[in-house]
Design a protein around this ligand. Structure first.
Ligand code: ADP
Ligand code: ZN
Length: 246
């Protein structure tokens, strides 16, 4: 009898040990933070990465544009600021984004953040949300300043499926028509040279300090974003792979 009890005890002990070990080895969901000045093509590279890694791409700029299209209260507030190249207040962005992540069930899958965080307050709010339950990496897309203006002012987006094009670098097959769905293309209201200047100023003042913040947390990787879409993607994947191993 005593032996049986001992045996049962041993089996239970081994099972508990195995489960604990397996859980500790279970991969945490990945959260990728895409950093970089306006014009570094965070949107293009985020959507490429999203397809490859099979996790959702969340752009706070797109969420605001959706609100503007649907004429919500938030959309009205955001449009006024966006048209001037200024930031939407932290509390509004954080609430919108976190609700979106929760509603879509993205807490479980992990995700790619494009355009968030943009201030220290937002970065801290994200850290608080993620705690230690996620693998975090910040990818900083570096691009030469003179290329920014050309990239931004030539940007075009599909009115229907949001596919990005570029007047010079990635022209559509038929002028002003989307290659994928044939809808019309448009230029964003804030993709003009004047608004870009103010977006860059805001970037340098509020967002650039986050590079330092993530460097100190040891999760920052610098990416050369001057090359083609394919080369940049390769670079991004290489850094993610390295991060996994370290
Ligand atoms: P880009 O990165 O090219 O500047 P986005 O589409 O990311 O463009 O953002 C467009 C605008 O939306 C920003 O200029 C800002 O007004 C607003 N916005 C987007 N994300 C944030 C954020 N995290 N915090 C504050 N404002 C934001
Ligand atoms: Zn389209």
């Amino acid at each position: 009898m005593k032996n049986i009890l001992l045996l049962v005890g041993l089996v239970v002990f081994v099972l508990i040990g195995l489960t604990t070990y397996r859980n500790s080895k279970k991969e945490k969901p990945l959260v990728v933070i895409m950093m970089g000045a306006p014009g570094a093509e965070k949107d293009t590279h985020s959507s490429e990465l999203s397809k490859t890694l099979n996790i959702p791409h969340i752009s706070t700029g797109d969420l605001f544009r959706e609100n503007i299209k649907n004429e919500t209260e938030l959309g009205k507030t955001a449009k006024e600021l966006m048209d001037k190249g200024q930031l939407v207040p932290d509390s509004l962005v954080v609430e919108m984004l976190f609700n979106h992540i929760h509603d879509k069930g993205y807490d479980l899958t992990g995700y790619i953040l494009d355009g968030f965080p943009r201030t220290l307050i937002q970065a801290k709010a994200l850290d608080q949300r993620l705690g230690k339950d996620y693998n975090k990496i910040a990818l900083n897309l570096n691009i030469d300043e003179e290329k920014l203006i050309e990239r931004i002012t030539g940007s075009l987006i599909c009115t229907s499926c949001q596919t990005p094009f570029h007047k010079i670098n990635l022209p559509p097959k038929v002028e002003n028509k989307c290659d994928k769905c044939q809808s019309n293309l448009y230029q964003r209201d804030d993709d003009t040279k004047e608004v870009l200047m103010s977006r860059l100023e805001v970037y340098n003042k509020d967002t650039k300090p986050l590079i330092d913040y993530y460097q100190k947390s040891n999760i920052l990787k610098d990416i050369d974003s001057n090359g083609s879409k394919e080369i940049v993607l390769e670079n991004l994947l290489k850094n993610l792979e390295k991060n996994k191993k370290s």
